[in-house]
Design a protein around this ligand. Structure first.
Ligand code: SF4
Length: 318
């Protein structure tokens, strides 16, 4: 994929180091703020500042009241920001819909920005099943958007998965530049076949059926359905079993060119990847070498070989 623009993602402002937290601090995540910034264009949002709260400010939390989950001050529950936060979230997310965001990194545990397991208080005890009010609206209005928490990005698998999804959505939007057409979506789909196979074989088949029936939908409907199906599919981790199937599938393309020893070596490397002895990069490097030697148009356009810039070094641990 040729990256002609940075990938635009939303981010909780404190995660890229803005001092907007209740205690005038930040919660800078080095991976987001430094390591990947060359490739990403950030749209920082602090919803609490957005509703007019000061820095510093009293802490707030989620609390069950009679019929809803409310956002109130920890020390004075009569100071209720629920309606203000809902109104801000609706308006802000509507505005962001026009930005073609390709992902969003939110700050974990926050009653405003947390994506999951946020504490919700009720009479002295807390359930940890809440979602921050702003992020809830974000995920409801943009269900296709890759959303991840700062803390979860420490996990190499979750990190790689989030970056894969963000680059894929970026590629999708770039591929539609100049206007969406069925032909452009079909061409895009063709480049992502092996990626889809690696993430979820059933989705690969489902999206294949959707693409085959393109004429049954309006282009807007088709675009929306395809984007949702694509992002849902990639949420599934590309595990060793599925990756092995894809590697073996690619291996099949070189059958007629390789001699007995080369075939045995390639099979052994794929097997060692399958067993966790070698990282994914080992068989991929050898397959790329054979692809250079024996070019194949279909294979060389597959994003599976390079879902994001290799300089991000995210496949080393996979
Ligand atoms: S978690 Fe969200 S609301 Fe809290 S400081 Fe960070 S950006 Fe602002």
């Amino acid at each position: 994929m040729e990256i002609t623009k940075k990938v635009k993602i939303g981010v909780s402002a404190c995660v890229i180091g803005e001092k907007v937290r209740f205690d005038s601090g930040h919660k800078m995540n080095r991976f987001v703020a430094n390591e990947i910034k060359e490739y990403f264009d950030y749209v920082p949002v602090c919803p609490e500042v957005g509703i007019g709260l000061s820095v510093p400010r009293p802490t707030i939390r989620l609390m069950y009241d009679e019929e809803r989950i409310a956002l109130v001050e920890t020390k004075d529950a009569s100071r209720d920001y629920t309606d203000k936060m809902h109104a801000f979230s609706d308006a802000k997310v509507d505005e962001l819909m026009g930005e073609q965001l390709c992902g969003y990194v939110v700050c974990a545990k926050s009653p405003t920005c947390g994506m999951e397991r946020v504490k919700v208080y009720k009479k002295g005890h807390a359930d940890t099943n809440g979602v921050g009010l702003y992020t809830k609206t974000l995920m409801e209005k943009m269900p296709w958007l890759p959303v991840e928490e700062d803390g979860r990005l420490q996990d190499p698998i979750l990190k790689e998965n989030f970056i894969t999804r963000a680059f894929c959505l970026h590629d999708f939007y770039q591929s539609m530049e100049g206007g969406v057409t069925a032909g452009k979506i079909v061409a895009f789909h063709s480049r992502y076949k092996l990626t889809l196979m690696a993430h979820r074989t059933e989705s690969y088949r489902e999206l294949g059926r959707l693409v085959a029936n393109v004429s049954k939908y309006s282009i807007e409907e088709f675009f929306t359905l395809y984007r949702q199906g694509l992002m849902d599919a990639l949420k599934n981790r590309a595990d060793r079993k599925n990756n092995t199937n894809v590697l073996m599938h690619i291996q099949g393309y070189f059958k007629k060119y390789l001699d007995k020893d080369q075939k045995a070596e390639l099979s052994e490397i794929i097997l060692q990847y399958r067993e966790g002895v070698l990282p994914l990069l080992a068989p991929l490097t050898l397959l790329k070498h054979y692809l250079n030697q024996y070019p194949d148009e279909y294979l060389s356009q597959q994003q599976f070989f390079a879902p994001y810039p290799q300089e991000l070094r995210l496949r080393y641990g996979l």
